[in-house]
Design a protein around this ligand. Structure first.
Ligand code: AR6
Length: 171
């Protein structure tokens, strides 16, 4: 079975998929951008689940490049997979950490038997990663890491710039 890679311009919180990936930070306790939108729209159940993770296995928070799942609360999705992208650095190549976010999130999606997974353009907002490079890493990594059972990986971009950046690698 082949995994379809699709592209949608819109709001990731509105996606009717099995799992939505959150561009979180290591605290797991919320923030701006995608993270803020997911917690606002998903409601307090997600934050409660994140607090429980911090109180158990993730006392020091979630490391960059790793991923962990919680309930999706009131979102249309069933699961939120929180992953921590690297901040862009002009001095250091952190591409492998960004690729790891996509790989680890897909691994967890497969563990959850998710057939449809929506990804934002991790690190390309508040964390400052150049959009074009972020799109390239996203698409190349997902192509190389498709998992049995995952039928669709949907890249959800906020604006036209994002759409153009991802379309260049998906065509
Ligand atoms: N739906 C789809 N894409 C969105 C949405 C949305 N609702 N909102 C923003 N984007 P960002 P990061 C796009 O900043 O760079 C938070 O404070 C946005 O245009 O959400 O990984 C966390 O807590 C950009 O292209 O994530 C962390 O501290 C992309 O999603 C930090 O920000 C990612 O932007 C993570 O920063």
């Amino acid at each position: 079975m082949t995994t379809r890679l699709t592209l949608i311009q819109g709001d990731i919180t509105e996606q009717d998929v099995d799992a939505v990936v959150n561009a979180a930070n290591s605290s797991l306790l919320g923030g701006g951008g995608v993270d803020g939108a997911i917690h606002r729209r998903g409601g307090p159940e997600i934050l409660a689940a994140c607090r429980a993770l911090r109180a158990s296995h993730y006392g020091k928070g979630l490391a960059t490049g790793q991923a962990v799942a919680t309930t999706a609360g009131r979102l249309p999705a069933r699961h939120v997979i929180h992953t921590v992208g690297p901040r862009w650095s002009p001095a250091e190549d952190r591409s492998e950490l960004l690729a790891s976010c996509y790989r680890e999130s897909l691994r967890i999606a497969a563990e959850l038997d998710a057939r449809t997974v929506a990804f934002p353009a991790i690190s390309t907002g508040i964390y400052g990663w150049p959009l074009d490079d972020g799109a390239r890493i996203a698409v190349e990594t997902v192509r190389g890491a498709v998992r049995a059972g995952v039928e669709e990986v949907r890249f959800v971009v906020f604006d036209e710039r994002g759409r153009v950046a991802f379309a260049a690698y998906l065509d």
